[in-house]
Design a protein around this ligand. Structure first.
Ligand code: SF4
Length: 402
């Protein structure tokens, strides 16, 4: 089908198939892709509102056995740079988040063999005891699979235990590209195959949890594989309706084993717009300003996004790979308004919470990304000694305290 016929099909509310999406992505002018995506966005969100959430992305540990080749964040077991955050450190981060108007933690980390399921349950319970209404958006599908393997419990049972302890929703991390050929090349097939990643999300949705979906593009995938990722998500969304939003970000190459370059801003906008056109059953698309910067993030509101994502007062994973953009609520709101939209605060379920909080009361400005822990801090989390370690290095460290 010619590009103008595809444009007419989209304008009439038609659904793209794989060949049509490929034709649009590879042949349509960028301005047309953007216009079509913007029309779809306006159809889904006619109120001209762009949302964002005040939350904090806390990476509870950087110790990881998965060793994905695109990751600059992890440290191997036994590394002197490895850390596990203590419960008190996490509580302090929650209190700082509440102080700037946040009500949610995005909690993700490495696959640490020395943190058993009970550690997560105890942490979640302790958070909920202190702050019953605070939300835990936690543990991406590969982390759930890691816990399932370590505890020798099936994924649904792991989810049940985490939900009982306080899990509210599941972030869509670790999806990278949902094609096994790509996952094998990136050394992330072992942590979760395509079907395993989708399987965790299916179980989560069936249990009533809402989740997000992500895509990290720009490594070794072909355009067809990038689009296949979108179609796999669309199929699961047809089945369960459990995804709240889709977020795409480009691979950040600095300090990674894989190396290479970063996709351009135009490639990001084309990918985003195509996602808006393919994912006709997703309500929300987030702009990825953390990897693209504020200006491309703002431009993405004209390419299909209706949400600026998280104020993200801490980010460690993409920061480790060289991206260090930072915007607090004031900046996000300025970007939304300058693009001609009305900013509203939301929760994880995309329910509107209200106007920008800094217009209601004084909140501290956050002009630099916080980090999980300060450089040179080698302190050990006090409570880890209460849990059995699996690795030889950590068994020894828990005995000697070093
Ligand atoms: S991306 Fe996640 S799972 Fe992969 S090495 Fe990094 S921390 Fe580990």
């Amino acid at each position: 089908m010619a590009i103008d016929q595809l444009a007419s099909k989209i304008r009439a509310g038609g659904r793209l198939d794989r060949a049509e999406a490929l034709a649009l992505y590879t042949q349509a002018p960028t301005a047309l892709l953007g216009r079509l995506a913007d029309e779809v966005r306006a159809r889904k969100h006619p109120d001209n509102v762009v949302t964002y959430i005040i939350d904090r992305n806390v990476n509870y540990t950087n110790v990881c056995v998965a060793r994905c080749t695109f990751c600059a964040f992890y440290r191997p077991v036994g590394s002197s740079e490895g850390y596990v955050l203590g419960f008190e450190e996490i509580f302090r981060k929650i209190e700082e988040t509440i102080a700037v108007g946040g009500a949610q933690l995005l909690l993700q980390g490495g696959h640490n063999p020395d943190l058993p399921l009970e550690w997560y349950e105890d942490l979640f319970r302790a958070v909920k005891e202190r702050h019953p209404t605070f939300r835990l958006h936690a543990l991406s599908p590969p982390e759930v699979i890691h816990l399932s393997r370590m505890s020798r419990l099936p994924v649904p049972q792991v989810l049940d235990r985490l939900i009982a302890a306080g899990l509210d929703s599941v972030p869509g991390g670790g999806a990278e590209i949902l094609v096994d050929r790509v996952r094998k090349l990136l050394n992330c097939y072992g942590k979760a195959s395509t079907d395993e990643w989708l399987g965790v999300m299916r179980h989560a949705h069936v249990k009533g949890l809402r989740t997000t979906a992500t895509m990290m593009y720009g490594t070794v995938e072909t355009v067809e594989e990038r689009l296949e990722h979108l179609f796999r998500l669309r199929e699961l969304q047809d089945e369960t309706g459990g995804f709240t939003a889709f977020i795409a970000w480009s691979y950040q190459p600095e300090h990674t084993e894989l190396g290479g370059g970063e996709a351009t801003g135009v490639e990001y906008l084309r990918t985003l717009a195509t996602a808006r056109l393919v994912l006709d059953n997703f309500d929300n698309l987030q702009a990825s300003w953390v990897t693209q910067g504020g200006k491309v993030g703002q431009l993405s509101l004209a390419f299909g996004s209706n949400d600026m994502g998280s104020v993200m007062i801490e980010e460690n994973v993409v920061r480790a790979a060289g991206a260090s953009y930072c915007m607090d609520e004031v900046e996000i709101v300025r970007n939304i308004e300058d693009a001609g939209f009305e900013p509203k605060r939301r929760n994880m379920h995309y329910e509107i919470l209200g106007e920008p909080i800094f217009r209601e009361r004084a909140v501290p400005r956050m002009l630099e990304l916080a980090v999980a822990r300060a450089d040179g801090d080698t302190g050990r989390a006090p409570e880890v000694v209460n849990y059995p370690a699996r690795s030889a290095a950590e068994k020894k460290a828990r005995l000697t305290g070093h």
